[in-house]
Design a binder for this molecule. Structure first.
Ligand SMILES: Nc1nc2c(ncn2[C@@H]2O[C@H](COP(=O)(O)OP(=O)(O)OP(=O)(O)O)[C@@H](O)[C@H]2O)c(=O)[nH]1
Length: 332
């Protein structure tokens, strides 16, 4: 008899905290979900490897080494999109990941914030236009960003101006989850101290990172969510090798002195973060984006009259756009 497919060993069960999937999650189970994630962080912090580890396959192949003649010239930001279909606990997830490459790599990074903001707003505007059509496009694919994973470098100090500015500028448009990339660069004590410093800065500057406790009506989930918040920023170590046999696989990062099991929650927060992103909190992140962040954006845009004549015009000739934009209403 052929052996069954090997499965990745996860030590999630050993963790003191396993957040309960919210009621939103159960409602979306059968329908399947359209989910959009953006990865932002300076080059080399492990965005590509993180995505591959998250999806358990090579979504972004390794890039070739940079040409030494042009390596000193910072590229402008690029938004590379990757589509992946996943199944998590029986729920189909049509995942779109936008890798914002080149953020923070230049000497002057002021334009990066605007490029990111423009990108996120453009996805909101697209929905605003779509909502105002008389005849809706049934095949319309919503590209609003549901979560932005921001990679903080493992400096061991505190947040940099660049980190503060990014969270401050984009927090009103997207759910930002800060993570410490390459967290294996820090010892256990350094990591704890660094996490505290980052949280101190987030509190001090009132930075709008995603608040897991936004839905206070769900009292049962509130306790779990408070515990989840204690892990922010999540420490991430990604996999560069899979060890094991036909029955059991263990994902590791190998060093001269040994290995780190990235699915072991006593060694980093990757397994918890993955569970939050793809399972327990996926529906909350989508709902918060649609019901709060998008609604706020929409209200502001319509109040200042920024969504004026012509924006709803139908380029492909489908649908009629005579309807005034102010009548665009989100279907409850
Ligand atoms: N020590 C350590 N190295 C890592 C980790 N994640 C990725 N790396 C390594 O860091 C290097 C860069 O990783 P990438 O995933 O390509 O980083 P990126 O952020 O996508 O970088 P760019 O493609 O340059 O924008 C590779 O050699 C990875 O193997 C990690 O958690 N710990």
């Amino acid at each position: 008899m052929a052996p069954s497919a090997p499965s990745i060993t996860s030590n999630m069960s050993a963790r003191a905290i396993t957040p309960r999937p919210s009621s939103y999650r159960h409602k979306s189970e059968k329908r399947g979900m359209t989910y959009n994630i953006m990865l932002v962080g300076q080059s080399g912090l492990g965005r590509r490897t993180f995505l591959n580890t998250l999806c358990e396959r090579e979504v972004i192949p390794a890039t070739e080494a940079p040409n030494p003649d042009t390596a000193n010239v910072a590229d402008p930001m690029r938004f590379d999109t990757y589509e992946v279909n996943l199944e998590e606990d029986g729920t189909r997830i049509s995942l779109s990941v936008i890798d914002a490459a080149g953020f923070g790599d230049g000497l002057d990074n002021t334009s990066c914030f605007k490029q990111l903001q423009d990108y996120i707003e453009a996805q909101f505007d697209e929905v605003l236009v779509e909502e105002s059509r008389i005849k809706r496009n049934r095949k319309y694919r919503d590209h609003r960003l549901h979560v932005l994973i921001y990679f903080i470098p493992p400096t061991g100090h505190s947040l940099r101006e660049l980190d503060i500015e990014l969270i401050r500028r984009l927090g009103e448009y997207v759910n930002i989850i800060p993570v410490i990339g390459r967290a294996d660069s820090l010892t256990v004590d350094e990591l704890q101290t660094f996490k505290h410093s980052v949280m101190r800065d987030i509190d001090y500057y009132k930075l709008p990172v995603y608040n897991f406790c936004w839905d206070e009506s769900d009292t049962e989930a509130l306790k779990d969510n408070r515990e989840v918040m204690d892990f922010i920023p999540f420490s991430v170590v990604t996999c560069d090798e899979v060890l094991g046999n036909d029955y059991d696989l263990v994902r590791v990062r190998r060093y001269p002195w040994g290995t780190i099991e990235i699915d072991d929650d006593s060694q980093c927060d990757f397994v918890l973060l993955r569970y939050i992103l793809l399972n327990s909190h996926i529906a909350d992140l989508i709902n918060y984006t649609e019901d709060v962040l998008y609604e706020n954006y929409r209200t502001k845009k319509l109040e200042v009259g920024g969504f004026g004549e012509g924006e709803g015009d139908d380029e492909d000739g489908e649908g009629d756009d005579d309807e005034p934009s102010t009548s665009a209403r989100k279907q409850e």
